[in-house]
Write a protein that binds this ligand. Structure first.
Ligand code: ADP
Length: 505
């Protein structure tokens, strides 16, 4: 069977991975002002692996006092200019070294992250250390290339527009792709000259702690990148409410996004950039240039990483004339995907991140069936004997636009299918959720492709492919998928203030 080419499988050495997975992970501390720091009250949190339920290690259960210390360190570092006013060429060299170190430690970072969050290693190696190194290099290159402006003002005046770093940036990261998503934020924030207080997800902190240690090894001055670990409701809230945090950059759920806006309103009205969920439509017309490739992409687009991908193509909309045949093919592909040990290089679907997430996924399936959906495959917990959390890829047909599974993000391996008759109906169905993150259209007709991509209100659309992108392309949500831009040079704007200076000459 033709599969999408992830292009990196041959870089993975199973023996090396097995050696790394056997390593004991020592208890983890936070990084505050360049020092390994326990929680202020000595609290720790146990970390379990979704692969087999085993306890991996502990992380510090950070407190609001830890956030105060980290923000104070970040602010001091910012104000004394050790990074914010370092010569741009020097800042660039440090970030290059940081990217090189990530690349040198790529397998170690990937295995550590997979033990913590359960993503299949074949995806994690590329999406995590691979993209993290690329993201850091991209913004490092921008440091001495993105300049301010001289405005075209009348004679006798000179107006300068400076791009000033904002100050202290709070970065709150989810558990699905900590290194990729974390570096979407810390790389442009550092390139712009800011200091950072980062909070990883409590259930996936290990690879980001290692990443921060590599930044330090690369020569990033103390206090510029601080990491506080622990609960969202404690550490995340303290960052959100802090009067000395100037900008918040977040990826996660809509519910937390709303809270961050409230924290901002209740404190210093800090800018909040939110990358939230998605319920992305994948629209397949009968004239798609390669229906087999479309079926493979439809399956990969929702089932890889057990659907725990914000841009997952979770709603398949298929032109009625090919609905039955195309759906059957997607089901066959889903059933052939190899689920299991995420650290086996041949695994195509790793673990669901947690018992809570798995229970939510299974609930969605039951509710969908109660609302009239027909389960064509999957919908079950599998491999329970491993002690880990795994779910079979699920295809639900006959899902109405009113059904909760059609409108809400599952964040699991659950695909809904709905036939359509006309391009107008496809656009209407595609837009029938509160989200607007991603999506795709499969057709050979350029006019149909253009009509659909203009009609669908989503930040990132694909034509005759799914999920293709790179760091040069903005990642931005519309509607309740969020605001602001990750990736591309536009992301730098989030982390600068424009200051204009008007001079009479
Ligand atoms: P998910 O459903 O993907 O876990 P969350 O929004 O719960 O999404 O988590 C994303 C990040 O937000 C995590 O780092 C989490 O700890 C953090 N978080 C959760 N609750 C809060 C909160 N009340 N305030 C700030 N951050 C939070």
């Amino acid at each position: 069977m033709k599969r999408l080419d992830w292009g990196i499988l041959n870089m993975l050495d199973q023996a090396q991975i097995d050696a790394l997975r056997a390593e004991i992970i020592p208890p983890q501390t936070q990084l505050i002002d360049g020092k390994k720091t326990a929680a202020s009250n000595g609290g720790v949190r146990d970390v379990f692996s979704p692969i087999d339920g085993s306890m991996l290690t502990t992380i510090a259960e950070g407190t609001s006092a830890d956030v105060d210390a980290a923000v104070a360190a970040a602010k001091k570092a910012f104000n004394d200019g050790r990074w914010s006013r370092m010569a741009p060429a020097n800042r660039k060299q440090i970030l290059y070294r940081f990217a090189d170190l990530i690349q040198q430690h790529a397998l170690e970072l990937a295995v550590l992250g997979v033990r913590d969050n359960g993503t299949e290693i074949s995806m994690a190696i590329k999406a995590e250390p691979g993209l993290a190194a690329q993201n850091i290099r991209y913004y490092a290159e921008a440091i001495d290339k993105v300049a301010g402006e001289i405005a075209p003002t009348p004679e006798g005046t000179l107006a300068l527009v400076h791009r000033e770093p904002v100050g202290v940036v709070g970065v709150i990261v989810p558990w699905n792709f900590p290194l990729m998503i974390g570096t979407w934020k810390i790389a442009p924030a550092l390139a712009a000259g800011n200091s950072i207080v980062m909070k990883p997800a409590e259930s996936a902190s290990l690879s980001l702690l290692k990443l921060a240690a590599l930044a330090q090894e690369a020569g990033l001055p103390d206090g510029v990148l601080n990491v506080v670990t622990g609960a969202g409701a404690v550490v995340g809230e303290a960052i959100g409410l802090h009067m000395d945090v100037d900008v918040l950059a977040f990826t996660g759920s809509g519910a937390t996004g709303r809270r961050l806006l409230q924290y901002s309103a209740a404190s210093n009205m800090k800018r909040c950039y939110l990358e939230l969920g998605g319920k992305s439509p994948n629209v397949v017309f009968s004239d798609a240039p390669d229906l087999e490739m479309a079926a493979i992409a439809a399956a990969n687009g929702i089932f890889r990483n057990s659907g725990q991908v914000c841009i997952a193509g979770s709603r398949l909309l298929v032109e009625r004339s090919i609905h039955a045949e195309f759906t059957k093919r997607v089901v066959e592909i889903a059933e052939a995907l190899k689920i299991g040990d995420p650290l086996d290089t041949t695994t195509e679907i790793g673990a669901v991140h947690s018992e809570t997430q798995l229970a939510q996924n299974l609930d969605f399936v039951l509710k969908a069936e109660a609302e009239g959906a027909k389960r064509l495959t999957g919908g079950e917990r599998v491999l329970q004997g491993t002690g880990g959390t795994y779910m079979s890829p699920t295809v639900l047909d006959n899902v109405t636009p009113e059904a909760s599974v059609f409108r809400n993000e599952v964040f699991g391996p659950v695909l809904t299918v709905k036939p359509f008759d006309t391009p107008e109906e496809a656009i209407h169905l595609a837009n029938a959720t509160e989200f607007g993150l991603s999506g795709a259209v499969w057709t050979s007709d350029l006019s149909t492709a253009h009509r659909l991509t203009m009609g669908i209100k989503s930040g990132m659309l694909h034509v005759n492919t799914y999920g293709g992108s790179d760091i040069t392309i903005p990642m931005s949500g519309m509607k309740q998928s969020g605001n602001g831009v990750d990736k591309s040079l536009h992301a730098l704007d989030k982390y600068v203030d424009l200051k204009s200076v008007w001079m009479k000459i």
